[in-house]
Design a protein around this ligand. Structure first.
Ligand code: URA
Length: 210
């Protein structure tokens, strides 16, 4: 598993505003959307392209385009939905699948409650959206589901990551075709499984408490 820390000053600037407990839900949603687009730019750095030529008004130009099969974007419900707009802005041609995961607050174990993924993903590049890489349980399950379906490469985009979650993913996926792109790696997890200093509950901050 590879980790790409996108520590661009604009990423850090937006992340700092997201961390601030005084940032309201509407502002948080807008900032998260903008931040995901910046992270998506880094995450797609190695996306597969085919060489093409086009005729400009002046001459022939060499270029590139995304070939079939198109990438798949998978937001992890619920908080990953808050990242979808920022990602599809950069990859509007991608298809979108969904996985719903819920974490038991006592055991911190995540279980799957929804799955809308294609039956097969052979040769496809997949981008998973999950704002907080905490224990890593959710991403181990989701990436496992994608690899079982034949995904060629999986990149998880996370606003924030904890060292514990990164280590768990590295152990589960020692190969090269799994990558995590994150805006920051924080200190540790607390006893409730929250990232410290983190930004709190990403779902609640994006959509309000339920
Ligand atoms: N999920 C969150 O929303 N926040 C954390 O800090 C950890 C997991």
């Amino acid at each position: 598993m590879r980790t790409l820390l996108a520590d661009h000053p604009l990423v850090t600037h937006k992340l700092t505003l997201l961390r601030d407990a005084r940032t309201d839900t509407a502002t948080f949603r807008t900032l998260a959307d903008e931040l995901v687009t910046l992270l998506a730019y880094e995450a797609t750095r190695e996306v597969r392209v085919s060489p093409v030529t086009v005729e400009t008004p002046v001459d022939i130009a060499s270029g590139a385009r995304l070939p079939a099969p198109k990438p798949l974007i998978v937001p992890v419900l619920r908080a990953g939905i808050g990242m979808l707009g920022g990602m599809t802005r950069l990859l509007p041609m991608a298809s979108v699948g969904f996985v719903g995961m819920v974490r038991d607050e006592k055991s911190l174990v995540a279980s799957t409650y929804a799955n809308r993924l294609p039956a097969r993903l052979d040769g496809r590049e997949v981008f998973v959206l999950d704002p907080m890489l905490a224990t890593g349980g959710t991403l181990v399950t989701v990436i496992g589901m994608l690899r079982d379906r034949g995904a060629a490469a999986v990149t998880a985009i996370c606003l924030l990551a904890a060292p514990e979650g990164l280590a768990r993913l590295d152990e589960a996926f020692p190969g090269d075709n799994v990558c995590v792109v994150t805006g920051a790696v924080d200190s540790h997890l607390n006893d409730k499984g929250y990232i410290v200093p983190g930004l709190g509950d990403a779902g609640d901050r994006l959509f309000g408490e339920i």
